[in-house]
Ligand binder design. Structure first.
Ligand code: HEC
Ligand code: HEC
Ligand code: HEC
Ligand code: HEC
Ligand code: HEC
Ligand code: HEC
Length: 348
């Protein structure tokens, strides 16, 4: 320690001298200006680091959310290595913030990101920007322009809708019944998270048929996704910042219906009015038909090739409803219209 001291102090002297040399190298430095005014007091009249305590106090407000998030698919899903340009906007915290700061209207505009981190506190909130509770305000809260075109306003759920939306597979914008569309790979489709489109009733390939393509009873909820997915948490398994809808109880899955109760008092599971049973049945029937016609395989991968538009559209619609993962809860009318009209058209 003692031997180190002289070394450290000579190092420090060296640094000071170097800094001095650099500064004296700068030409014509003017006289020092007047001292600035004191900064304004923070929220609640707190000054400087006292503000840290508005969040970092004895409460477990942040702790609970961190524990929930740590057990969520956002944190554990493991797909945040999808940090290439075009993917990073939805799959990484850095990509999302890059798009938000650039003012681009959709997540596909992200650049590639190094040192990616998963969707987390700094994705949806501003952490350590003003050091006041203002920082909790949500990012991406404005109405969202869909990648496939059109705008949607899902209230508090807009933040979620930025990422949980369909990507363009080159079929939306083509006219049902006209021309051909190429299915480019087994992974072709609307891409895994079509929820915001389903709720807005926008972005399926709308083949004309008996059922109308309309919005549903959950389309205009003020809290949108947040009402159902971030309802009262069940430990760290569902709700709150974990965001899943189901948890395990004595070895079986139970639905977290906390967010439904205000409107459906006493509801015990999600299969309200048999909606999920119906939609699952329709999905199964359509899948069997798609496989019979050589358009899909058993593991829900598309069979690449060039097809009449409605055949490719049938694969797209099947995946659109499947990968919404709510079996009709998000919007039973739109889901059923897509499945029924598509099946009828395939069987013609
Ligand atoms: C508005 C609430 C809020 C305020 C005010 C706040 N913090 Fe934080 N802080 C957080 C949150 C949330 C995290 C966790 C962030 C994460 O994990 O991404 C955090 C994390 C931290 C960490 C862990 C390292 C890191 O950056 O993740 C430190 C250190 C920290 N804060 C220091 C401070 C200091 C010092 C102040 C005051 C100058 C302060 N915080 C004010 C919310 C706040
Ligand atoms: C920055 C983009 C982004 C935002 C914003 C976002 N998500 Fe996600 N979400 C994802 C991605 C990507 C995954 C999959 C993560 C993985 O697999 O690594 C995911 C996964 C999920 C899952 C788990 C899905 C499963 O397969 O089990 C739920 C539930 C979810 N998000 C709900 C929400 C809700 C509710 C919001 C708004 C409060 C939201 N998300 C906001 C990108 C986002
Ligand atoms: C518009 C936002 C968005 C973009 C852009 C995006 N993804 Fe995703 N991706 C998601 C969401 C949301 C999920 C999770 C859906 C869920 O589980 O409900 C997901 C899921 C995935 C999964 C997990 C699939 C599974 O079956 O579990 C992979 C792999 C993936 N994406 C790869 C990519 C790649 C590669 C790119 C770029 C070419 C990309 N994603 C671009 C939003 C996006
Ligand atoms: C996917 C988006 C998302 C992520 C990730 C996220 N939050 Fe949130 N957070 C929200 C939403 C949406 C709300 C508002 C919930 C409501 O209105 O009920 C919220 C609310 C909060 C609140 C209450 C704020 C207030 O005004 O009182 C706190 C505290 C909070 N989040 C902390 C965190 C922390 C800590 C993390 C990281 C571990 C985190 N959040 C990650 C979306 C997110
Ligand atoms: C009316 C309530 C409600 C609203 C609003 C809602 N969801 Fe869901 N969501 C559900 C239910 C219920 C399920 C689960 C169905 C099941 O597991 O059988 C689900 C399933 C999901 C899943 C599949 C993973 C999981 O947790 O089961 C994702 C991802 C998802 N929703 C995201 C969203 C997003 C993003 C929004 C807003 C754009 C949204 N949801 C709006 C009720 C809702
Ligand atoms: C903001 C109010 C609101 C919330 C919250 C809400 N719903 Fe609904 N839901 C409605 C209304 C209104 C209808 C249409 C009238 C009806 O069928 O009772 C409806 C209809 C439905 C239907 C379609 C029934 C049919 O006729 O086929 C299902 C399924 C459903 N809700 C499930 C859920 C589930 C599960 C949740 C919680 C995860 C939930 N809802 C939360 C208002 C809500």
């Amino acid at each position: 320690m003692n031997k180190l001291k002289p070394f450290l102090s000579s190092l420090a002297m060296g640094l000071i001298i170097t800094a001095g040399l650099i500064m004296s190298g700068c030409t014509k430095e003017g006289p020092q200006g007047p001292a600035g005014e004191d900064g304004a007091d923070g929220a609640d009249g707190l000054d400087g680091e006292e503000q840290c305590g508005t969040c970092h106090d004895m409460s477990t407000d942040i702790k609970a959310r961190i524990l929930q998030w740590e057990n969520s698919v956002h944190a554990t899903g493991g797909n945040f290595e999808r940090n290439d340009a075009g993917c990073a906007g939805c799959h990484t915290n850095e990509g999302f913030n890059d798009v938000m700061e650039s003012g681009a209207t959709d997540m596909v505009a992200s650049g590639a990101m190094s040192n990616p981190t998963p969707v987390g506190c700094r994705t949806c909130h501003n952490i350590h920007e003003t050091y006041t509770p203002e920082d909790w305000q949500l990012k991406g809260a404005d109405p969202v322009t869909f990648i496939i075109g059109g705008e949607t306003d899902q209230g508090t759920g807009n933040t979620c809708a930025n990422c949980h939306q369909a990507r363009d597979a080159g079929i939306i914008g083509t006219t049902p019944g006209e021309g051909e569309v190429t299915i480019t790979s087994p992974y072709w489709g609307p891409h895994h998270g079509t929820q915001a489109n389903m709720i807005a009733a926008h972005g399926g390939f709308e083949i004309p048929g008996d059922l109308a393509y309309t919005t549903g009873p959950h389309t205009d909820m003020e809290g949108g996704c947040v009402t159902c997915h971030m309802a009262e948490a069940y430990g760290v398994q569902a709700g709150g910042h974990q965001m899943a809808m189901s948890y395990q109880y004595h070895g079986h899955a139970v639905g977290n219906t906390a967010g439904c109760q205000d409107c459906h008092e006493g509801i015990e599971d999600f299969d309200f009015a048999g909606t999920q049973t119906d939609v699952q049945g329709m999905l199964d029937t359509l899948k069997a038909e798609l496989i019979a016609q050589g358009l899909l395989d058993e593991s829900n991968h598309a069979v690449p090739g060039t097809y009449p538009t409605n055949k490719a559209g049938a694969v797209y619609n099947y995946l659109f409803v499947l990968e919404d993962y709510s079996l009709g809860v998000h919007n039973h009318r739109y889901a059923k219209a897509l499945l029924a009209n598509t099946l009828a058209d395939l069987q013609e």
